[in-house]
Design a protein around this ligand. Structure first.
Ligand code: GUN
Length: 280
């Protein structure tokens, strides 16, 4: 059976078209959804992500504010900026672009964001609600992955899911969402013994490793749904964590670029509009 491409670019565009309509409707009620993105320092990859988030906001008719802060900023000054945005009635969503410089305490900064404006779902209160299965804001990348899998129409109940990577941004929340959807979930990481023994059992395989071409065809069960979260730059080219040759084995595969990445941005807009709906 030939491998199907899970076209994140196309699904993200359809989602963004729907969001633009919601934004237009909110505007008639006097509310323009607003997103503030805080960028500390000038990491080149983060610069690109932040710029793309701002452009996507504006295309959807939303307000966007990029707060650029120097790499040497103190924890106190960073908290002051967050408090200013918490108090700004025109701002519905606040995103602190990660990673932040090493001298700063990421946990403390994320927990300064008003949980109602936490469009990343990284505040401890929101992360705790997700763990407890309560209704809450779902982190953008895992939310986008679930949307893409849903689009493929693949049944999840009773399936084996294997996640490679245990980050707070992707690995842990996607494992929770897949478990809540009825999968039996294994989380693999850098200390896992016999990784391929786990991945070969996976009906759903999510790679969030940060190493180009890490998942090779011999690690994949025939017909599996393979989700590539990687954005790696190799000799100026963007590649995922999954070797493209995996398409000879997998049933579904997300391309890089054009798979999970565009969905992350679409879900960020969606989370911001949901916060604005609550304000309206
Ligand atoms: N850095 C990489 N991915 C993300 C994300 O989803 N949110 C934030 N805030 N920073 C990131």
């Amino acid at each position: 059976m030939p491998c199907k491409t899970l076209d994140g670019k196309a699904l993200a565009q359809r989602t963004r078209d729907g969001i633009a309509k919601q934004v237009a409707e909110l505007k008639t009620r006097g509310v323009t959804p607003g997103l503030a993105v805080i960028l500390v320092g000038n990491d080149p990859a983060s610069e690109i992500y932040v710029r793309n988030k701002g452009i996507a906001c504006e295309k959807a008719g939303m307000r966007s504010e990029t707060v650029r802060l120097p790499a040497e900023i103190s924890q106190e000054r960073l908290h002051e900026e967050i408090e200013r945005l918490n108090a700004d009635p025109e701002i519905d969503g606040i995103l602190l672009q990660l990673p932040i410089p090493g001298h700063l305490d990421e946990r403390q900064a994320l927990d300064r964001i008003d949980p109602r404006k936490d469009v990343d779902g990284f505040h401890l209160v929101n992360a705790g609600k997700l763990l407890a299965g309560e209704k809450t804001v779902v982190p953008c990348t895992p939310k986008g992955i679930m949307r893409l899998i849903g689009e493929a129409g693949v049944p999840l109940v009773g399936k084996e899911a294997v996640v490679i990577g245990r980050s707070n941004i992707v690995g842990k929340p996607i494992a929770l969402l897949l478990m809540q959807a009825g999968c039996t979930v294994t989380i693999c990481h850098s200390k896992t013994v016999n990784l391929a023994g786990h991945t070969r059992r996976a009906d759903i395989l999510v790679a969030a490793v940060g190493k180009a071409g890490f998942v090779t065809p011999d690690m994949v069960k025939p017909g599996a749904v393979v989700i590539d979260v990687g954005i790696n730059r190799v000799e100026g080219k963007v590649c995922g964590d999954v070797d493209p040759a995996v398409s000879a084995v997998a049933g579904y595969l997300t391309p890089v670029p054009g798979g999970v990445g565009p969905m992350t941005i679409a879900m960020l807009l969606e989370n911001t509009v949901e916060a604005a709906e609550k304000r309206a």
